[in-house]
Design a protein around this ligand. Structure first.
Ligand code: NAD
Length: 397
C-alpha cells in the first residue's frame, strides 16, 4: 500500500487520502461525481469480477463541486485525491485516463483541458453541447494524439450484441425497416423539479436528443446506417417545472423526438425510426433495437432484459421465436452464465472495452463509440432541429 505524501489530509479545497494501489493498473480520474461518476466508481470497485481481463484499473482521483458527493468517494479505497478543481486533478501524475461526466455546457472546456494535459479521455455523451463543439473536441483529440472514446453502454448487453450479429448475418433478406428507441417516462410528472438536463443553456438546443440520442445512434452508426435524410417531430410538453426551492423555472428543452430517417443499406433506401423520449408512458429506461427484413428479423428491448426475439418465415408460416439469453457479455465475467445482466454490468463491460482498445487488445470485440460517431450523431441532431424549424425533410451530406 502506498500513500500520497504530497498534501496533508486537511488541505482545502482538495483532500489527499491514504489509498491502496494496484501495481500497473490504469489510473482513472473522474470529473463529475454525480449520477454517472458514482456508477463508474462502482464498476471499478468490482473490477475483479471480470474473469481473466488483462488490464487492471482503479479510480485514483475525483473532482466535483459538491462536497457531499466528494465525501461519498471517500469510501473508495484507491482514491487519493478529492478536489473541486479539475485542473488540480489534471496536474496529477497518478491519473492516466479521465472520465468526464459533467453537464453538457462544460463538455468542451473540460474535455479539451483533459486532452491538453496529455491524458486519455472517456467522455460522456453527447460529446459537446452541439455539433460545432463536438467537432472541436474531436479535432483536439486528433491533434493531441490521445485515445478518446464516448460513453454508450447499451450495445454491450448480450441482446444488443445478438441483434448486431443478426443484422450483419445476411439472413434478413431485403431490409424493410429499422427502429431504435430510448424511452423514459419520469417527466410525465409535472411536479418533477427542473434540472440542468431540461434547460437549453446547460443541456443544449438538441434537448432530449443531446441527452438520450447517442444511445439510439451508436449501433446504427456502427453498422454504417447513418441517416441520409431526416424528418423530425420534436415535442415540448411542459414549459415550466418546480425549481425545487418553492418557485417555478423555465423548462425549455425538447422532451420527445421522433426522427423519421432513411438510410442507404445494401443499396436500398431503408426507413429507419429513431425515438428519444422523456415522456413515453410506461417506459422507465427502455432501449430498443429492431430490424426487419423480408426473410428474417431481430428485436431486443431492455423491457425484457434477457429475451431476444427473432423472426423467420418458413414455407407458408411465419414465427417470432423467443430465446432467453444468459450472461453472455462480450468480456467474460465470473457471474454465472444463466444470470441476467443489468445496467452496472454493461457499464463495466463498456469500460473493459475502452481499456482493452486503449491497450491494443480489443481484437474483434465491440468497441466504444468513437469521436467520429459522436460527431455523426450531432450531425443528425442538427439536421433534426433544422427539419423541425422548416417542417421539411432535411438531407444530410
Ligand atoms: N451513459 C449514460 O447512460 C448516462 C446516463 C446519465 C447521464 N449521462 C451523461 O453523463 C453526464 C453527467 O450526467 P449525470 O446524470 O451524471 O449528471 P449529474 O448532474 O448527476 O452529475 C454531474 C456532476 O457534475 C458536477 N459538476 C458540475 N460542474 C463541475 C465542474 N466545473 N467541475 C467538476 N464537477 C462539476 C456536478 O456537481 C454534478 O455532481 C452528462 O453528459 C450526461 O448526458 C450518461
Amino acid at each position: 500500500m502506498k500513500t500520497d505524501p504530497s498534501t496533508s489530509p486537511s488541505t482545502s479545497p482538495s483532500t489527499s487520502l491514504r489509498a491502496t494501489r494496484t501495481a500497473d493498473a490504469v489510473r482513472v480520474g473522474v470529473i463529475g461525481g454525480g449520477l454517472m461518476g458514482r456508477e463508474v466508481a462502482s464498476a471499478f470497485g468490482r473490477w475483479f469480477a471480470l474473469d481473466g481481463f488483462p488490464v487492471r484499473a482503479e479510480l485514483t482521483a475525483v473532482c466535483d463541486l459538491q462536497p457531499a458527493l466528494l465525501e461519498w468517494f471517500r469510501q473508495v479505497p484507491t482514491v487519493r485525491l478529492l478536489t473541486a478543481d479539475y485542473l488540480e486533478l489534471l496536474a496529477r501524475d497518478d491519473v492516466d485516463v479521465v472520465y468526464v461526466a459533467v453537464p453538457h455546457h462544460l463538455h468542451e472546456k473540460i474535455t479539451t483541458a483533459v486532452l491538453g494535459a496529455g491524458k486519455d479521455l472517456f467522455a460522456e455523451k453527447p460529446f459537446g453541447i452541439d455539433l460545432a463543439s463536438a467537432r472541436r473536441i474531436a479535432a483536439e483529440a486528433g491533434k493531441r494524439g490521445r485515445f478518446a472514446r464516448v460513453s454508450s453502454e447499451f450495445p454491450f448487453l448480450p441482446g444488443a450484441q445478438r441483434a448486431l450479429r443478426q443484422a450483419t448475418g445476411g439472413a434478413l433478406g431485403h431490409l424493410l425497416e429499422v427502429r431504435c428507441s430510448y424511452l423514459h417516462s419520469s417527466d410525465l410528472d409535472p411536479q418533477k423539479p427542473v434540472n440542468w438536463k431540461r434547460q437549453v443553456e446547460f443541456c443544449g438546443e438538441a434537448g432530449v436528443m443531446a441527452d438520450l440520442g447517442l444511445h439510439v445512434a451508436h449501433l446504427p452508426l456502427r453498422l454504417g446506417w447513418k441517416p441520409a435524410s431526416v424528418y423530425a417531430q420534436l415535442q415540448k410538453i411542459y414549459t415550466t417545472r418546480p425549481d425545487g426551492r418553492g418557485g417555478t423555472a423555465a423548462c425549455d428543452t425538447w422532451d420527445n423526438a421522433t426522427l423519421h430517417c432513411t438510410a442507404a443499406i445494401n443499396g436500398s433506401s431503408v426507413p429507419m425510426t429513431w425515438e428519444m423520449k422523456r415522456m413515453a408512458p410506461g417506459e422507465t429506461n427502455t432501449w430498443i433495437f429492431e430490424v426487419l427484413g423480408t426473410d428474417g428479423g431481430a428485436r431486443y428491448s431492455t423491457k425484457e432484459p434477457k429475451t431476444f426475439w427473432t423472426y423467420a418465415r418458413d414455407g407458408g408460416e411465419q414465427r417470432w421465436a423467443k430465446t432467453d439469453l444468459g450472461f453472455s457479455t462480450p468480456f467474460k465475467a465470473i457471474t454465472g452464465g444463466i444470470f441476467e445482466p443489468g445496467f452496472p454490468d454493461v457499464l463495466m463491460q463498456m469500460w473493459a472495452s475502452f481499456l482493452a482498445e486503449r491497450a491494443g487488445m480489443l481484437g474483434d470485440k465491440f468497441g466504444c463509440a468513437t469521436p467520429d460517431e459522436a460527431v455523426a450523431s450531432h450531425e443528425v441532431w442538427a439536421a433534426a432541429l433544422e427539419s423541425q424549424r422548416r417542417g421539411a425533410v432535411v438531407t444530410l451530406t
